[in-house]
Design a protein around this ligand. Structure first.
Ligand SMILES: [Zn+2]
Ligand SMILES: [Zn+2]
Length: 174
């Protein structure tokens, strides 16, 4: 994980972002504590924060319950690390949360509140997928069991046929 050490300006409102050290992940997040409340993720940082089980207490401490400046979320933002235009992307196929991504360096910017929303969405999706998988496993599992029983019955039938046949041959040859 590349953790940028420079002070950067918020891509949404231009205020200097504050470095918040996240002890569980061992890196700093850049947070716009004096302006819009946006969060900037260096390349490859987001994966340590996007699930509800990832601890973000230190981040919550500086943003929760605070009132931040409103920003125009539709505006094109410029990546504070490399200067390229950032691209608006949805975090999932549900198209509810739109974030800014820099395709050049891989950094990401979340407007205030978007990270929490995405963490919820991800964990819902994960639960959904697990439920789906266990349900399909259950039904596939019972189908397999059914097939095995049928196969066994067939085998037993064939075996008794075979034994009867052997008997006949044996008797005939007596
Ligand atoms: Zn800002
Ligand atoms: Zn960039």
């Amino acid at each position: 994980m590349i953790d940028n050490r420079e002070e950067i300006d918020c891509p949404a409102c231009g205020k200097i972002m504050q470095k918040i050290f996240m002890s569980k992940q061992g890196c700093c997040l850049d947070v716009c504590t004096e302006g819009c409340g946006g969060i900037f993720f260096d390349p490859n940082e987001l994966q340590y924060f996007d699930e509800e089980s990832d601890n973000i207490d230190e981040l919550k401490k500086v943003i929760e319950g605070k009132i931040f400046n409103k920003v125009d979320e539709s505006e094109i933002r410029v990546c504070p690390l490399c200067g390229n235009n950032m691209v608006k992307n949805y975090t999932s196929s549900k198209e509810q949360i739109q974030i800014d991504e820099c395709y050049n360096c891989g950094s990401k910017f979340f407007d205030n509140g978007e990270l929490e929303k995405m963490r919820k969405e991800y964990s819902n999706e994960k639960n959904h997928m697990q439920e789906f998988l266990s349900k399909s496993y259950d039904s596939i599992g019972s189908k397999i069991a059914e097939l095995e029983i049928k196969e066994n019955q067939e085998r037993m039938k064939n075996r008794s046929k075979f034994l009867k046949l052997m008997d006949k041959i044996f008797i005939r040859n007596k």
